[in-house]
Design a binder for this molecule. Structure first.
Ligand code: SAH
Length: 498
């Protein structure tokens, strides 16, 4: 048989969406317009009444799916352009499956074109909020085509795996007992308070949206019929402002309730800590918004907010140009302060508490040491002789003992920051970077201001925050962020070749 002999009729298998004209896609609309015959369930033909004029209409009753598919294929094989309609998406519990299966079994000369549509899970979800924003499973409770024990097995598996579950065909006129049985299965793994969304006739006349609990469903208190889609939440789904939400960002990275304890063997406390950190950073990212956009500055700001829960640091933090690069290079044993030696810079701090806040697991792999000479035996004498604070004396000692190849971190005493600036002004000592974030009411703002002003003369890179806020926790957070950056992939890779 040559190609010309073949009948080239087309069978469009068209998903109409939930029922409103707005949710019928332009492609579906074009397929209906191009067809000279339309085949479908009578109830669905009513949904597109205004598009039927002048066409051959073949209406059938519910339950005659194979008959409808066969009729549609026959018409197309006669060379006609035919649309076989389904609600929602034709390929989801719809005529797409029936037609393709029939064609595969008996063969056809017609061209099959499946046109997607908005399925009930999507339209119901939209009415409820965002209940299927994370992994979900769809299960049809119609036991006409699927044995009940198979349905139960799938419900159990979805429940155990904590999927959000969208239930299609939850009930019919004759079949009402299953939904409560399914809810019982879900209750084995889920709280009775789990939100359950009921959407009847989404985007159609008679629409009804309700949010109940899994317990209500199990007790048969939920009003459900063959036009309802039921969406059962996962362990993370919640209801807020009347919207049912399965979170994507905040909770996605956190362990499921009770899961940490039960997974004790597999999960060390360190890994659990990492997860809490990851979740905290995800929350911070969300609330922080897009600024700062520079990834390294953002890494520093995120850590500061993590240490303080104070988002004001995002606006208050000030970096001299290249400050982060200077500190990162110093920690990697690069940059001017390293000279010819490829040794990592040390950290010198004003107080012991700041030294304790520098994370060993970040500093040690890089070979970075931290010094605080506040309690050095000579500090009290220097302090007394020169009428300066012990912190300032400790800083002066550290500058002379540890040298230039240092990152200075001041988290407490403005007098130590003033001493740092004096040493830079009056001696050849040049640290790689000064992180000056002291906290308090006396001399704090002035010392930070001076750090910024003197940069134009000294050129010593700095990181500081405006105002009174600061402290050892946030200053340690800055150092840790810099150490983390130094330990990660280089920001600028050397270009190979030339
Ligand atoms: N192919 C269709 C599903 C057909 S199975 C689709 O993709 O949406 C029939 C089931 O779909 C119904 O029992 C009901 O659970 C669901 N359904 C279809 N249209 C719906 C609507 N407008 N509102 C709520 N549920 C609907």
């Amino acid at each position: 048989m040559s190609l010309e002999d073949q009948t080239t009729g087309i069978l469009y298998v068209v998903g109409l969406g939930p029922g409103s004209a707005g949710l019928l896609t332009p492609d579906a609309s074009a397929a209906l317009a191009a067809s000279d015959a339309i085949v479908g369930y009578r109830g669905y033909l009513d949904l597109i009444e205004d598009r039927l004029a002048g066409k051959t209409i073949v209406g059938r009753e519910l339950g005659e799916e194979v008959e409808r598919a066969r009729l549609a294929l026959e018409l197309a094989e006669q060379g006609r352009t035919v649309a076989l309609i389904s609600t929602g998406d034709a390929g989801i519990y719809g005529m797409g499956g029936v037609v393709c299966e029939l064609a595969a079994r008996v063969g056809t000369t017609a061209e099959l074109v499946v046109v997607p549509g908005v399925t009930a899970a999507c339209s119901a979800a939209a009415r409820l909020g965002a209940p299927i924003a994370h992994d979900w499973a769809s299960i049809s409770l119609s036991d006409l085509l699927t044995p009940w024990d198979v349905i139960v097995r799938r419900v159990n598996a979805a429940a155990e795996a904590d999927f959000v579950v969208a239930l299609y065909n939850p009930a019919s006129r004759k079949r009402t007992h299953q939904l409560a049985a399914v809810a019982d299965r879900l209750l084995v793994h889920r709280s009775p308070e789990t939100p359950v969304g009921l959407v009847e006739n989404a985007y159609r006349p008679g629409e009804r949206v309700e949010i109940v609990t899994l317990m209500d469903l199990a007790l048969g208190k939920a009003s459900v019929n063959m036009f309802t889609t039921v969406i059962v939440g996962s362990s993370r789904t919640f209801v807020s402002n009347g919207k049912m939400v399965t979170p994507r960002i905040y909770a996605a990275k956190a362990p499921i309730q009770g899961e940490v304890a039960s997974r004790d063997e597999a999960m060390t406390s360190r890994a659990a800590g990492d997860q809490i950190m990851a979740e905290s950073l995800a929350i911070i990212d969300c609330e922080l918004g897009p600024e700062p956009t520079d990834p390294a500055e953002r890494a520093v700001v995120r850590r500061m907010i993590h240490a303080s829960a104070d988002f004001e640091f995002a606006g208050a933090l000030k970096f001299s140009p290249g400050a982060i690069d200077a500190a990162v290079k110093a920690f990697r044993g690069e940059g001017p302060s390293a000279g010819d030696r490829a040794v990592p810079a040390s950290v010198i701090t004003d107080v012991e508490m700041l030294k304790s806040g520098v994370r060993r697991d970040l500093a040690e792999p890089l070979g970075v040491s931290t010094f605080c000479l506040l309690n050095h035996s000579q500090a009290p004498r220097i302090a007394a002789d020169d009428a300066i604070t012990r912190s300032a004396a400790g800083l002066r000692l550290a500058a002379s003992e540890v040298g230039d190849h240092v990152v200075v971190a001041i988290g407490n005493a403005p007098t130590a920051l003033e001493e740092t600036l004096r040493l830079i002004r009056e001696t050849p000592w040049r640290p790689a970077c000064v992180i000056g974030i002291p906290v308090g009411f006396v001399g704090v703002e002035a010392s930070k201001q001076r750090l910024i002003e003197e940069f134009s003369v000294s050129g010593v890179p700095f990181i500081t925050s405006g105002g009174r806020k600061g402290g050892t926790a946030v200053t340690a957070a800055v150092i840790n962020a810099l150490l983390e950056l130094a330990g990660s992939t280089p920001r600028t890779r050397p270009v190979a070749g030339g």
